[in-house]
Design a protein around this ligand. Structure first.
Ligand SMILES: Cc1ncc(COP(=O)(O)O)c(C=O)c1O
Length: 441
């Protein structure tokens, strides 16, 4: 295939994010095109996307409706100031989001990424209590192995040691619940694990330790993705909701990966039938095409701020690009694509096939656990003694050579294909992965 763009020949200047820079620059892997389920590499090879980019291209790649909407909006209204001015499309999008959100979510605050959605939600939580006269509620509770982006609030409540240990003391007043990964009890579980709902009771211990009157919010990923796919045991999220409500603590769901159909429902809150006080979103909001995030809140959270003289700004927070017109247009076109193609339902329909295919890897070389929910799947590998992460990284490189894109974190292979994936493509993904694992040291 003829390529109309040359491969850059100096890779030094770009300091790549979350990348083994030195390894990459010795042996680069470049994508130069994408369409539907596939990427095209700089050598002209097709690579099947097993990860929806980075859990974000839920409708697949270069979808016409989205690209057209972006081009049209860029020619019509490219930018409008986000502070003290508006433009209709951001309001339209907010209504569309509320329309698919669980009943009770009433307001939308725009950001540019998942990390910014998290920071926004944490600040809203503390501000909410202060606005109501409970200014002592400043503590934030996260969870071990949680991933909430890379900003200071997010890494403070997050629980991935490599993301935290280089960056000093982080936010004060943060505590962590235990994670819910129980390999001895729940290995090879298909769907939600049976064991571990009682881990939510650890929140009672934390509340007893600090006093409920000092705690603003608990933040969790309904399904933890970046840390290697950790699923909520049956009843766990319900229990967290009960305990937070009992103590007047806000519950924040970080839906950055679970939002927009990943579990076969618009949001995990609906899938699990648990209503949080706030939901952080990004990624699938624009199909990953334009950076955008959104925090959704209940009426109660929003209304607590709507006080004081009307000419005064109620919340001293926001971004230059909050509700950017082009991002808003991309998001509306994305929601149209999801709806017109019934992609959330499609995710739910194909999930059982995905589950069976994934679990057919049980017994394959190096595999010690497999877990799945919706169109998420994880295959955990036995680490090489003394060289953790190396085996999975080798799997990633070999998989890329063999024509599939997977993602690894630690020694876990995580997959989250676009919701348009077809059964033969699932077979190709899993079959290729099996071959890669068999050939691996
Ligand atoms: C649950 C969760 N929260 C936050 C983020 C951060 O999003 P971003 O990379 O857009 O800042 C991610 C990214 O993977 C995520 O999975």
């Amino acid at each position: 295939m003829a390529l109309d763009r040359p491969t850059p020949n100096d890779l030094n200047a770009f300091w790549m994010p979350f990348t083994a820079n030195r390894q990459f620059k010795k042996d680069p892997r470049m994508f130069v095109g994408a369409k539907d389920m596939h990427y095209t590499t700089s050598e002209g090879r097709q690579v099947l996307d097993g990860t929806a980019g980075l859990w974000c291209c839920n409708a697949g790649h270069c979808r016409p409706k989205i690209t057209e909407a972006i081009a049209k909006q860029a020619g019509e209204l490219d930018y409008a100031p986000a502070f003290q001015m508006g433009h209709p499309i951001a309001f339209e999008l907010a209504n569309r989001l509320i329309g698919i959100a669980p009943e009770g979510m009433e307001h939308v605050f725009y950001t540019n990424s998942g990390s910014e959605s998290v920071e926004t939600a944490l600040k809203l939580a503390i501000g909410y209590h202060r606005a109501r006269g409970e200014g002592a509620r400043t503590r934030l509770i996260g969870r071990e192995r949680g991933y909430h982006g890379v900003n200071f609030g997010g890494i403070s409540v997050g629980g991935i040691v490599t993301n935290r240990k280089m960056f000093g003391t982080l936010l004060g007043g943060v505590d962590h619940m235990p994670h819910t990964h129980l390999p001895d009890l729940n290995s090879y579980t298909q769907g939600q694990p049976e064991h571990g709902a009682n881990l939510a009771d650890e929140l009672e211990r934390i509340v007893a330790l600090h006093g409920a009157e000092t705690i603003a919010a608990v933040i969790v990923e309904p399904v933890a993705g970046s840390t290697g796919v950790i699923l909520p045991p049956k009843g766990y999220l319900q229990r967290l909701r009960e305990i937070t409500a009992k103590h007047g603590i806000l519950l924040i769901f970080d839906e950055v990966i679970t939002g927009f159909g990943r579990l076969g429902a618009p949001f995990a809150a609906q899938y699990f039938d648990v209503l949080p006080d706030m939901m952080c979103t990004a990624k699938g909001l624009t199909n990953g095409v334009i950076p955008m995030g959104a925090v959704m809140t209940t009426g109660a959270v929003h209304d607590a701020f709507m006080d004081g003289p009307e000419h005064m700004i109620e919340l001293f927070h926001g971004y230059t690009y909050s509700g950017n017109p082009i991002a808003s247009a991309a998001a509306i076109a994305t929601l149209d694509t999801y709806r017109e193609e019934g992609l959330f339902e499609r995710g739910a329909e194909i999930a059982p096939y995905w589950q069976d295919a994934l679990h057919s890897l049980r017994g394959a070389r190096h595999v010690i656990d497999i877990r799945n929910l919706g169109l998420i799947g994880a295959v955990e590998l036995e680490p090489i003694a003394g060289a953790p992460t190396k085996r999975a990284f080798s799997a990633f490189l070999k998989a890329y050579e063999a024509g599939i894109l997977i993602r690894t974190t630690g020694d876990i292979i995580a997959m989250s294909p676009p919701l348009i994936i077809e059964k033969p493509q699932i077979d190709q993904l899993i079959g290729t992965l099996r071959g890669v694992l068999e050939a691996l040291d």
